[in-house]
Design a protein around this ligand. Structure first.
Ligand SMILES: Nc1nc2c(ncn2[C@@H]2O[C@H](COP(=O)(O)OP(=O)(O)OP(=O)(O)O)[C@@H](O)[C@H]2O)c(=O)[nH]1
Ligand SMILES: [Mg+2]
Length: 407
């Protein structure tokens, strides 16, 4: 493991005393050579984090303390961010997104991530009966319903990953590029809590909508908050306090949801990732059907796909759910003047506009765009003439007319 760590320097204990005695002689302020001054910045950050966590735990939550706790939570989030930044380093493989969407396999070691990748793609990733067989991200590609879906097999995630244990940070940075997470567990390691807490600690929000807030910065006037959604549990003062912790002095914040300090902090921190996730329960070949049912009940609230990667059970169902969760749709191009549409679909995100299709075909196409003609669900009548902002629907056929081509 090649990890750059910034821990406290391992100086012999006698050294600080020696330095301190010299300090008074050369006029260095008293206390400069205290133990704290010799600690690495990361250790000091961690101590500060623990202190604030403790203070939050100790302070009873009520109307009077809400503002103070809000401030502490904001401070804590920033310190944690800082600590994460300092720990950065280690190797990150340069994996680019490819295909129409990217799916990441995330799970504890040995749950069968590589076995699954090998089953659903042409790629071959090492499989082993020991933990941490996969040491770096392995990308594969699968095709389903005309969509090319990139699948990332990642090293096993463990407790402490968000703080850099194992290949934690590398794994979590790959997770951030995914459009969908397959949270993989197996019948022996079926606990989701480690996974969930490591993802949460590194700013990855699974199955959560981004905060519905809108911030407009101003030159003066302080902070104004308008609660569009009512009732609210958070006081306006608490909102202001948290915002000022983030250095915001003049701004207008519109709140369109029932706000919590955590959601506001996530919004202000700005680097959170909101990604859908489904649970894949692997190795069901090792348990009875009744036991599978029991596990599904335990995981109520999640979409769970029971599979056996080894025996190739449940893989078709899994791919269907992956495809639908990725919210993709197919549109077919019809050349200007031509009658038939292309056989091969163009895969775009659900709700895509004509402009998105232009972008997929060619980066500059939108610039030369004149109009489009649409046949299918989104058209009022076959061949309706539409503009670049027209929203398309599954199975639509479309002709794009540019300034360079025919008019
Ligand atoms: N019985 C059974 N064993 C499986 C299944 N899937 C994987 N295994 C076994 O589980 C072990 C671990 O499989 P891997 O695919 O290497 O697991 P991994 O999650 O990629 O592990 P790491 O790379 O170490 O994180 C191997 O011995 C596999 O043969 C399954 O569906 N059923
Ligand atoms: Mg593996």
């Amino acid at each position: 493991m090649r990890q750059v760590r910034q821990s406290s320097p391992s100086l012999p204990l006698a050294r600080p005393c020696h330095a301190a005695s010299k300090a008074s002689a050369i006029g260095v302020p008293k206390g400069f050579f205290s133990r704290g001054a010799l600690k690495g910045p990361l250790t000091m950050l961690q101590e500060r984090i623990r202190e604030i966590e403790e203070e939050i735990r100790r302070t009873p939550y009520n109307k009077a303390s809400q503002k103070h706790i809000g401030k502490l939570k904001a401070r804590l989030a920033k310190l944690r961010e800082d600590a994460r930044g300092r720990r950065r380093g280690g190797r990150t493989d340069d994996i680019r997104k490819a295909g129409n969407a990217t799916v990441a396999l995330v799970g504890l070691p040995s749950v069968g991530k590589s076995t699954l990748l090998n089953q659903i793609t042409e790629t071959s990733s090492n499989v082993g009966s020991y933990d941490f067989t996969t040491l770096r991200a392995v990308p594969g590609m699968l095709e389903h319903r005309g969509a090319r879906i990139q699948v990332l097999d990642l090293p096993g995630l463990t407790w402490g990953a968000s703080r850099g244990r194992g290949r934690g940070r590398e794994v979590l940075s790959k997770v951030r590029i995914a459009d969908l997470l397959l949270l993989m567990i197996d019948v022996e390691r079926s606990d989701l809590s480690t996974l969930a807490s490591e993802l949460a600690a590194s700013g990855i929000r699974v199955n959560e909508d981004p905060p519905r807030l809108s911030l407009t910065r101003r030159d003066r006037g302080g902070i104004t908050v308008s609660f569009v959604t009512l009732p609210q549990a958070m006081e306006e003062d608490t909102v202001r306090e948290i915002m000022s912790e983030f250095g915001i002095v003049n701004a207008e914040l519109a709140v369109m949801e029932r706000l919590t300090p955590e959601r506001l902090i996530d919004f202000l921190a700005g680097n959170r990732v909101y990604v859908p996730g489904i649970v894949v329960l692997n190795k069901v070949d090792l348990i009875t059907q009744a036991e599978v049912e029991r596990r599904l009940t335990e995981l109520r609230g999640w979409t769970v796909l029971p599979i056996s990667a080894k025996e190739a059970w449940g893989l078709k169902e899994l791919l269907e759910v992956v495809y639908s969760r990725l919210s993709l749709m197919r549109v077919y191009l019809r050349p200007p003047g031509g009658k038939a549409s292309a056989q091969e679909p163009l895969v775009v995100k659900e709700g895509a506009k004509v402009s998105d299709v232009c972008r997929v075909i060619h980066g500059d196409m939108a610039k030369d765009f004149r109009h489009a003609k649409v046949w299918g669900q989104s058209a009022k009548f076959p061949g309706q003439r539409v503009g670049i902002d027209h929203r398309l629907e599954e199975g639509d056929r479309i002709t794009i007319v540019t300034g360079i081509g025919g008019r």
